[in-house]
Write a protein that binds this ligand. Structure first.
Ligand code: CO
Length: 426
């Protein structure tokens, strides 16, 4: 158990930005013999082949073609991005101190970001002799901090404080004398003058396994890197399916998924079209026999606020993989897709629990619903129960992550077929 969870922890601790998360999975695919494809080139795919394509530096689709005629696509999707702060283009604010201005990305809990060491990671573009070169950088040391105001100067701090993102979240870089030094440091890491940047703040605290029985896992970005890892491991561990296994990692979920590399982009549809084109298959017929597991973390019942959860559909930490339901379709699970997934988990020996929002507390939606607009297939929305979603340090259960990895291994090893009006998983 410890070994398996250490794999996830290494991934979490290395993925300081959305770019680094994609790079980690890409390395993993390469080491297992997957061939990189470029969207700009012609593709030639062969039965038994394993491939992947990336877009925008943050989205990745990997797929494995079976021997023989494919029965459909068995897909999963998770997101690589997280709510955080992005460095502004002209970020430096000089004065008594040198500070760095940031902009919020996604809906984060503000308070946990304050009073803790932060750093910067992401990608930059530098001019080299050959042209513009993309580089991933990670200033892997305590570098910045967003200081709170002392209680003596803000007596309302514990009475429901309203954060002003234009004032309260500017990061401290150094003294007056530090002016210009952060850019020099970034240039040093980039190896040249920076012409374009997508750099994000991250918290320096690494992952932790804790609790009396070491049952909990805390780390930044568990939503949704936990699902990214479980889906990727399941995809890589699996074998024997007669379907085309497809692993989709999308960016931009926390800001609505509409970007070239989000779930609301053309990436998945075009990739499936090209697979069908290369193999002489008809896409609509393939889609009618396909399935998508949309994997994004879910809210566990809160230890101090059980009243916020639905009374009968409140997942607990450690209770198993969560299937999410919503009558209005914010989650895509219906009777059929829920049943398919439950059967699969049953076969894999994985416990399942159900989630509904409390009826008077509307919850979020996720990438499954959005990718349906592009590629319409039967979909189940699932996730892992966690606390403090969108905090910069979130908490889940060790046991659940391993359960989802097992469920995804079973999923990608299976073949879903309809015979005599009955759906069968083999
Ligand atoms: Co999420």
């Amino acid at each position: 158990m410890e070994n398996r969870i250490n794999g996830l922890r290494r991934f979490l601790d290395a993925s300081h930005s959305v770019y680094h998360a994609r790079a980690w999975v890409e390395e993993e695919l390469k080491s297992r013999g997957f061939t990189e494809l470029s969207e700009a080139d012609a593709w030639s795919l062969v039965p038994g082949g394993q491939y992947y394509v990336t877009r925008g530096g943050t989205a990745l689709i990997a797929f494995r073609i079976p021997q023989g005629s494919p029965t459909g696509f068995l897909m999963s999707a998770a997101h690589t991005d997280r709510p955080c702060f992005k460095l502004k283009e002209n970020y430096e604010l000089a004065g008594t101190y040198t500070r760095a201005a940031v902009e919020g990305y996604g809906g984060m809990l503000m308070a946990p970001w304050l009073d803790r060491p932060l750093s910067l990671a992401g990608r930059v573009f530098v001019q080299t002799e050959e042209g513009l070169e993309e580089k991933l950088i990670d200033i892997d040391r305590d570098l910045l901090l967003i200081p709170n105001v002392a209680i003596h100067m803000n007596r309302q701090a514990n009475d429901g404080w309203k954060w002003n993102p234009a004032v309260d979240t500017i990061a401290l870089v150094g003294s007056k004398e530090a002016a210009g030094k952060l850019e020099k440091l970034l240039e040093q890491a980039a190896g040249g003058k920076i012409l374009g940047r997508d750099l994000y703040l991250y918290v320096r605290q690494s992952s932790s396994v804790w609790g009396v029985d070491s049952e909990y896992l805390s780390a930044p970005a568990l939503d949704d890197l936990e699902c990214v890892w479980c889906c990727a491991q399941g995809f890589l561990n699996a074998g024997g399916s007669r379907a085309v296994g497809v692993l989709c990692l999308f960016d931009s979920e926390e800001v609505g998924s509409l970007s070239c590399q989000g779930a609301d982009s053309s990436l998945l549809l075009q990739t499936l079209q090209r697979i069908c084109g290369c193999l002489g298959l008809e896409l609509p017929r393939m889609l009618a026999r396909s399935f998508l597991v949309s994997a994004d973390n879910a809210h566990a019942v809160h230890p101090n606020h059980p009243e916020l959860a639905d009374p009968a559909n409140a997942p607990t930490l450690g209770g198993g993989v969560v299937v999410k339901y919503n009558a209005s379709g914010r989650y895509c699970t219906d009777g059929f897709s829920g049943a398919v997934f439950r059967r699969l988990c049953q076969k894999a020996g994985v416990p399942v629990q159900s989630y509904h929002n409390r009826a008077d507390i509307p919850g979020g939606s996720t990438l499954g619903r959005i990718s349906l607009a592009q590629v319409s297939v039967s979909t189940v929305d699932i996730g892992l129960a966690q606390l403090a979603m969108h905090s910069c340090y979130e908490t889940a259960a060790v046991r659940d992550a391993l359960a989802l990895e097992d469920a995804m291994t079973a999923y990608y090893s299976a073949t879903l077929e309809r015979r005599d009006g009955i759906w069968k998983f083999q």
